[in-house]
Ligand binder design. Structure first.
Ligand code: F6R
Length: 242
């Protein structure tokens, strides 16, 4: 993993946006793997600003999101589909039919391998964006999940539901289950960028650097991939020496 340290979270999000833009400019039909959550939001807004200024072309870009809640409609304000629409897709010239999130429409609950097959059929993910949970999850692969998992249905950890409850009226409204790309789906990407910001991620970032790959810290499996860049701000790196 290549670690790039920045002072502020704004610098991290700018660097993340620059990586996405460089990818799309170098390969206009890029396949992007996208995350939701607070970490990449401002980077998506940077892409929107850039689009307004420079009309960067997304007409051939295909996107696959990491995850989606089970039990809320895609049109619900808290669905990850809505998150992507209102933070990015509605404001750039990406085609709606080229944007994918895992869903249960017309598929058996148990077998979500169609999602990985579709990623493969599109040529595989060129650049995968990730955030990290306080418990080390990537996508919604919570501690204990297998390294060789493809897209599957998961029960969310209580800590994940608590953290995500800021977007809901009460914690009881936070879905208990989600669909997520698996660790192997993520590791299949050609390049991965993990953005880590804020003090709340300092403990997990330190553990990520110190621990060997294991299921107790799903993000540690990124160490087995040859092309991972970690963008981290000073708050998240505050428990490191030097
Ligand atoms: C979201 C996702 C999650 C988040 C993680 C960090 O699509 O896959 O793994 O990246 O929970 O969330 P934030 O950025 O809100 O701290």
């Amino acid at each position: 993993m290549e670690i790039k340290r920045f002072k502020t979270k704004e610098e991290v999000t700018k660097a993340l946006a620059e990586m996405l833009l460089a990818q799309v400019k170098a390969k206009p039909n890029s396949v992007l793997g996208l995350a939701t959550g607070s970490t990449p939001t401002l980077a998506y807004h940077e892409l929107v600003k850039d689009y307004l200024l420079n009309q960067t072309d997304y007409s051939k870009v295909v996107t696959f999101n990491l995850d989606e809640y089970v039990g809320i409609d895609s049109k619900d304000k808290n669905s990850y589909r809505t998150f992507m629409d209102i933070n990015l897709f509605n404001y750039i010239n990406i085609k709606n039919e080229n944007t994918f999130l895992p869903n249960l429409n017309n598929v058996d609950d148990i077998d979500l391998s169609y999602y990985d097959e579709h990623i493969n059929n599109c040529g595989g993910i060129d650049l995968q964006v990730l955030g990290i949970g306080e418990n080390g999850h990537i996508g919604f692969n919570e501690p204990g999940d297998d390294m060789d998992s493809l897209t599957h249905r998961v029960i969310l950890a209580e800590n994940t539901r608590e953290n995500n409850s800021i977007y809901f009226e009460t914690i009881d409204d936070v879905p208990t289950e989600a669909l997520t790309m698996g660790i192997q789906s993520i590791l299949n990407a050609k390049k991965i960028v993990l953005a880590i910001t804020k003090k709340t991620k300092a403990k997990i970032f330190k553990r990520l650097l110190e621990e060997e790959p294991s299921s107790s810290l799903p993000a540690s499996y990124l160490k087995t991939h040859a092309n991972v860049v970690v963008l981290v701000d000073a708050e998240a790196a505050s428990l490191l020496e030097g």
